[in-house]
Ligand binder design. Sequence first.
Ligand code: ADP
Length: 448
Amino acid sequence: MFQRLTAFLLCVLGGGIAGWWLEHDRGLAAGLIAGATGWFVVESVRAAKVLQWLRRGGPEPRVGGLWGEALDRIRRAIRQQERDGADARQRLDDFLAAIQSSPYGVILLDAYGRIEWCNETAAGQFRLDPVGDRMQNIANLVRDPSFAAYHQGRAYTQEVVVEGPGSTPLRPMKLSVHLHPYGEGRLLLLSRDITALEQAEVMRRDFVANVSHEIRTPLTVLTGFVETLQNIDLPPPERNRYLALMAQQAQRMQTLVSDLLTLSRLEGSPLPGSGEWTAAGLLASQCEQEARALSAVLGRDQQIAFGPAPAVELAGSAPELQSAMSNLVSNAVRYTPSGGTVDVRWRSLADGRIEFSVRDSGPGIAPEHIPRLTERFYRVDRSRSRETGGTGLGLAIVKHVLQRHGAELRIESTPGSGSTFSILLPASRVRPPPEPSREVEAGLKLPA
Ligand code: ADP
């Protein structure tokens, strides 16, 4: 500022000196006025250049003086504004990107319930067009009556569950929707796909109902026998028969509880590693012993054949693999009547997998039942399952064990001519047995 004032004074003074030199006293006043006018004209030309640039844009004019300084300050203010604007835009983009990646559906509604913005999750859940449906009223697009009542009720403390668009009884879709008021009459709509949660809840309820039913039946029988024994003085043989039946029911409950515990252990424990190796032959011989013992207990006259086990080791949890194989073999024994056959075979496949298959000549299973056999408590023939001590959980356990080992269960069956249940173990879980060391070969040391 001091510089600008000095420049002005120098102009005026210069004019005054020139006037005085030319015309003395008269010339002094005229010279002062001429100096001031010259300064004013120069600054006006600079001002005109700056104003023109401000109006029309284009290349920045190169001006000095007062207007040059003003131009400099304007330029700095504009740059700062541009930087602030870019920062704000970047923040908004980051914010929108974060909301886009949210697993929640987000919709911003104006005071009239019109969609101002929605993320892609919400667009997918409600089948909205994020651009085309902008400023459409939400009530016209989400037509579930419970949502309409919730939206109009204006009591948004709790969320509401609505049917997703295109939901059918076979493929239900449930959305949880929560409205949150903000700003002046605006609403933030948050939505969550709870289809899987709802299905899990239905499964949980069914499971509890099934377990209760399975336990109630033997309990009712037991209570009946206890009352009879308490009230009637039965002769010893009759009494013993009742006690044997009671023991049978107690055993049934025990098996059920043990299968339930096995299932819950399988669900809760970490996946079996691939560092524990067991010889296939060891698993097979245990299965064979159990099968023959069960057949004898059931009083069946069956032909049970076990083919040779391959000389390989299998990786995984030995007790789990054992239980999966035993379940298949014991089902074959239980469902095959006297005179029938149970044939257990091993096969090495070309891709390195190992197949363990159990074939029986039992009643077979109709094709419509096969996809559901591994569901908990699913039985084709309830009475036959119970008669032979079945819990309806055996194949569910097999499925879990195989999933945990990356293995596959295959079921082939023809009603009237028997079934084949096969386990396919992946090549990564199969290895040849370790080479016996020289000392072992020479008989100096016992193998571990
Ligand atoms: P369960 O304890 O009732 O045998 P599982 O889960 O082991 O339960 O089997 C489910 C159902 O599959 C059985 O109830 C039975 O109807 C059918 N099933 C299983 N294995 C056989 C088989 N080898 N032959 C005929 N039906 C079978």
